[in-house]
Design a protein around this ligand. Structure first.
Ligand code: 5AD
Ligand code: SF4
Length: 472
């Protein structure tokens, strides 16, 4: 995913920065925070690399060929870099994020144009790194430590409005060590931000227009931050604290691990109306043998029971998941167990991937890799089932009335695009509704993955604003 950033009004010397963002929402958030750091240094964001004074590739390493994609993008950037140098200018090129963390010096060895390589934990040191890259020109700056101090302490407090729906990172890293995954190596050990820092950031986001906040973390429900009294607070407790903020209508979080779904968080889904009835809870496989080989720390039945408890607490909860097919050693029977689990759970949506070996992870050196053709076939079968479930889920909402939070103008003139509590995209054509409004809408029809709706009109002719009653 590429994120394009609009310019800001800056004083002083203007310099231009192009940031290309790959991968997950954590990276989108990190890119926003890098811009927060760069703006006071006079950097204005621009959408293209051409002519920029600073180019940052904020990379993702979660799946296959991530590094190769970065090297090929660097090849393209080199043309702009050399053109600028020929005009007597300088383009500083940085590789940030998880590929930077994983590849380290290999990046500057393969592409000597690169001035800076830094991991996800060290971008608060950007000003020092920039100064070193600009002045020394002696060699590349490499900063891929996992510093003990909290990087969040060093980030500017001023947030540029992230819109009606904003992200907020509350937790980073992961200690789970699923055997297919690079995150524990690239993002490091699990670390939770203190409660008060999160509440303060959420208040700032709401003051600048956010009505919905999605709490981010690689293993977000492992959250265990300290409050001002030094007590440990879990994600359920944090949700309750955030729900007290005036003007914050919706809270979401992603991505969760089944093992960390504790009683208090389940109870929060029952008790906290602002906590949206939507949960991304990756299971990866429905086979106990494969789940054990993946080191997922739960069985398929434990996952089923957990989902039962969640649905008891919040009957309309929309569940989504991630799946990997073709994990080393996965047999036809194992795959059949995955299809069975999907049928039992009935998902509202899902992401599914073919297993791809990530160098340095335990599964990469496992024997019995599954042939590509078998992976293709399994992926197609799984996706067919998941797509049918998603479509059925969306169809079930036709004729119901749900509160929609409007986030942006739609594609057609006069249209607005928003989200239902279940994160479904909803389009409405209705004058009098503005971005940021939450309006009760009746879902009329489904087209592709989008729902088209009509606002429910009150007796005096106005749209009925509402949030919690209709979904509770
Ligand atoms: N191969 C395939 N899919 C992977 N994922 C993570 N690592 C791999 C891998 N090596 C998927 C998992 C995870 C999602 C973010 O990416 O399903 O939940
Ligand atoms: Fe990776 Fe998620 Fe497993 Fe952590 S819990 S190792 S982030 S797949």
């Amino acid at each position: 995913m590429d994120a394009v950033h609009k310019g800001a009004d800056l004083g002083g010397v203007k310099r231009r920065v192009h940031i290309k963002t790959y991968g997950c929402q954590m990276n989108v958030y990190d890119t926003e925070r890098m811009l927060d750091i760069l703006r006071p240094l006079g950097f204005e964001p621009q959408a293209a690399a051409d002519g920029a004074d600073l180019v940052i590739l904020n990379t993702c390493h979660i799946r296959e060929k991530a590094a190769e994609k970065v090297y090929s993008d660097l090849g393209r950037i080199k043309a702009h870099h050399d053109a600028k140098a020929a005009d007597g200018g300088q383009m500083i090129v940085a590789v940030a994020g998880c590929v930077a963390q994983a590849e380290g010096e290999e990046i500057t060895r393969r592409q000597p144009m690169v001035d800076m390589v830094f991991g996800p934990q060290t971008y608060h040191r950007l000003p020092e790194m920039l100064a070193a890259a600009g002045q020394e020109r002696g060699g590349p700056v490499l900063d891929t430590d996992f510093p003990v101090e909290d990087k969040f302490d060093h980030l500017p407090e001023e947030r540029v409005a992230g819109g009606v729906s904003s992200f907020l990172t509350i937790q980073e890293g992961c200690d789970k060590f699923c055997t297919f995954c690079v995150v524990p190596y690239t993002r490091g050990a699990e670390q939770s931000r203190p409660v008060d820092a999160i509440v303060a950031e959420a208040r700032r986001l709401v003051a600048s227009g956010a009505r919905e906040i999605t709490l981010l973390g690689q293993n977000v429900n492992a959250y265990h931050g300290e409050d001002a009294a030094g007590r440990e607070v879990g994600l359920g407790g944090l949700s309750r604290r955030l729900a007290e903020i005036d003007g914050l209508a919706r809270i979401r979080y992603t991505t969760s691990h089944p093992r960390d779904m504790d009683d208090d968080l389940i109870a929060a889904h029952r008790d906290v109306p602002a906590l949206m009835p939507y949960l991304h809870l990756p299971v990866q496989s429905g086979s106990d043998r494969i789940l054990a080989a993946m080191n997922r720390k739960h069985t398929a039945d434990e996952y089923r029971r957990l989902v039962d408890r969640l649905r008891e607490a919040r009957p309309d909860l929309a569940l989504t998941s991630d799946f990997i097919v073709g994990f080393p050693g996965e047999s036809d029977l194992d795959f059949a167990d995955t299809l069975k689990l999907v049928s039992d759970i009935d998902y509202a949506g899902a992401f599914s991937f073919k297993y791809s070996a990530r160098p340095g992870t335990p599964a990469a050196s496992a024997p019995e890799h599954v042939p590509e053709a078998v992976k293709d076939e399994r992926l197609a079968g799984l996706q067919q089932l998941l797509n049918a479930q998603q479509e059925a889920f969306n169809r079930r909402t036709i004729g119901t009335t749900v509160p929609v939070l409007f986030e942006k103008p739609g594609r057609q003139p006069g249209q607005l695009a928003g989200r239902s509590p279940y994160l479904q995209p909803v389009h409405v054509t209705a004058p009098g509704i503005a971005v940021g409004d939450i309006v009760e809408c009746r879902i009329d029809r489904l087209q592709a993955h989008s729902l088209f709706a009509t606002p429910v009109v009150s007796e005096d002719g106005g749209a009925l604003p509402n949030e919690t009653e209709a979904v509770a």
